[in-house]
Design a protein around this ligand. Structure first.
Ligand SMILES: O=c1ccn([C@@H]2O[C@H](COP(=O)(O)O)[C@@H](O)[C@H]2O)c(=O)[nH]1
Length: 239
């Protein structure tokens, strides 16, 4: 796969108009992520815009609810014909299994290809200290992230969202068929902002990530095109 096809850019903008402006500004981007901000403000309209331009879509709604409710949400989301869909692993095994089945049903009913359902292991904005002190989780962070990924794998999900700092371990244990998508990516020249467990794009790919989610280093830059080119160049040197 061309290296630039491994980069997913989030449309973390407040409205449909800003989203379309960003898509127009970065025509090289093949894979866009629609998350909570844009979907909450503008609904599914952006999905049709992206599909009409032959873009791949990561619908990152991070479902987290009881099994019956996540199943209903997954059934509806799968009907949009997106490529990737997220649920929090902490919804638990019953919810993950219900979500997996619902994704198949929703896609079948709508006559579209089912999305790959992937589980959030632990948000990349959470540090080891926050995991222990705020969330009261008694495990070491890498052990916890691995446990969440394994639960997702045992529940039949296609993969997981993890920080690049845990991706090597997850790749080694979960195997090569398990999709690993990494946000929290920061080129050496970018601000970390609220991301606590980051690596550079090259480090993340070398550690085993299938896809990198890279937002503000590109979309918050004065020159998004230049930032995109710098990242693609960094990754091309690996190929
Ligand atoms: O653990 C997670 C899960 C999802 N995200 C999402 O990825 C992007 C990251 O954007 P940046 O601007 O590169 O920080 C954002 O849409 C998050 O909702 C994540 O960061 N961590």
């Amino acid at each position: 796969m061309n290296t630039h096809k491994k980069i997913i850019v989030p449309l973390d903008v407040p409205d449909l108009q800003s989203a379309i402006a960003l898509v127009d500004r970065l025509p090289q981007v093949d894979f866009w992520k629609v998350g909570l901000e844009l979907f909450t403000s503008s609904g599914p309209a952006i999905l049709e815009v992206l599909k009409s331009r032959q873009k791949r879509i990561f619908l990152d709604l991070k479902f987290h609810d009881i099994p019956n409710t996540v199943a209903g949400a997954c059934r509806a989301a799968a009907g949009y014909g997106v490529d990737l869909l997220t649920i929090h692993a902490t919804a638990g095994q019953d919810a993950l299994r219900a979500a997996r089945s619902a994704v198949q049903e929703g896609a079948l009913q709508a006559g579209v290809k089912p999305p790959q359902l992937i589980a959030i292991t632990l948000l990349t904005s959470i540090s080891s200290r926050q995991l222990a002190i705020d969330l009261k989780v008694p495990l070491e962070l890498p052990e916890y992230a691995l446990a969440m990924a394994l639960m997702a794998q045992e529940s039949g999900l296609s993969g997981a969202v993890c920080s690049p700092q845990e991706v090597a371990q997850l790749r080694q244990i979960c195997g090569h068929d398990f999709l690993l998508v990494c946000p929290g990516i920061r080129p050496s020249w970018a601000q970390k902002a609220d991301q606590k467990r980051s690596l550079t794009p090259a480090q993340a790919i070398l550690a085993g990530a299938d896809y990198l989610v890279i937002g503000r280093p590109i979309t918050g830059s004065d020159d998004p095109q230049l930032a995109w080119n710098q990242i693609v160049e960094e990754l091309t040197t690996l190929a």
